[in-house]
Write a protein that binds this ligand. Structure first.
Ligand SMILES: Nc1ncnc2c1ncn2[C@@H]1O[C@H](COP(=O)(O)OP(=O)(O)OP(=O)(O)O)[C@@H](O)[C@H]1O
Length: 240
């Protein structure tokens, strides 16, 4: 496998507000989870890995490349699933939306159409092909976006809360499908139960790495801290 995702002293600020503080990570496993509370900086970290923005300080490398500077090479190398499917969907029908990424990669319309139909059949959603995207529920649109990312077979998958809007059978099917993928998958989650099988867990707190390592080490400490905070009536430490 390649050299992984390497962050060296990465900082990120917006309008003078520091969101990430000097984060250094060497992520070389196949299954990586990023956990942490709301607003801790997880999505910002994922967006930096995807090259959707450049860090304010430090360096990000994915398979040896700077993702923010090498956007074209990264189109094939990195697939990202956003938290809100409506930030991702641009076409009116399911088959057009699914074919878009493949067409962007240079595949002809016939081949792309065949791949899309094969994916929909595998997932038991062949009847969705010509359906308007607007006729799908929020969870179904999330699933559609995930199928679009999987179709492109990128070397690195960056998934922001992929399970959040999915029903339990769809979650189980997705977890099974992800366990079979050869690619590196980075998943953001709030729920320790969904990341128990990962190789490496990174816990982000207030824009810093609070802990990282194997799930057996990181998850119990994370859960204890979340339980402790949940017993309090307010996040007084986050005030202001
Ligand atoms: N463009 C921006 N301008 C100002 N503040 C921002 C911007 N992007 C993120 N932030 C702030 O940075 C912090 C981290 O946001 P981020 O979306 O990375 O958190 P998160 O851990 O993914 O949260 P959640 O679990 O709620 O999705 C938040 O306080 C957010 O308000």
């Amino acid at each position: 496998m390649d050299s992984g995702i390497i962050l060296n002293q990465v900082g990120f600020s917006v309008q003078g507000k520091v969101i990430l503080h000097e984060i250094s990570l060497s992520l070389t496993g196949r299954r990586i989870a990023i956990i942490g509370r709301n607003g801790s900086g997880k999505t910002t970290l994922l967006r930096l890995m995807a090259g959707l923005m450049a860090p304010t300080s430090g360096t990000v490398r994915v398979a040896g490349l700077d993702p923010a500077a090498e956007r074209k090479a990264m189109l094939r190398g990195i697939g990202i699933l956003f938290q809100n499917p409506d930030h991702q969907i641009i076409f009116p029908t399911v088959e057009e939306e699914l074919a878009f990424g493949l067409r962007q990669m240079g595949m002809n319309a016939k081949e792309a159409g065949a791949r899309v139909l094969a994916m929909l059949r595998t997932e038991g959603r062949a009847h969705w092909a010509s359906a308007p995207v607007s006729s799908l529920s929020q969870g179904q649109r999330q699933w559609l976006c995930l199928m679009a990312v999987l179709l492109m077979e990128p070397e690195t998958l960056l998934l922001d809360e992929p399970f959040a809007a999915l029903d339990l059978p769809t979650q189980a099917r997705l977890q099974r499908r992800m366990s079979q993928l050869d690619q590196r998958v980075v998943t953001i989650s709030h729920d320790p139960a969904t990341v128990i099988d990962c190789d490496h867990v990174v816990w982000i707190e207030n824009g810093r790495v609070a802990a990282e390592g194997v799930p057996a080490e990181v998850l119990p400490a994370f859960k204890d801290e979340m339980d402790r905070l949940g017993l309090r009536d307010a996040d007084t430490d986050l005030a202001g």
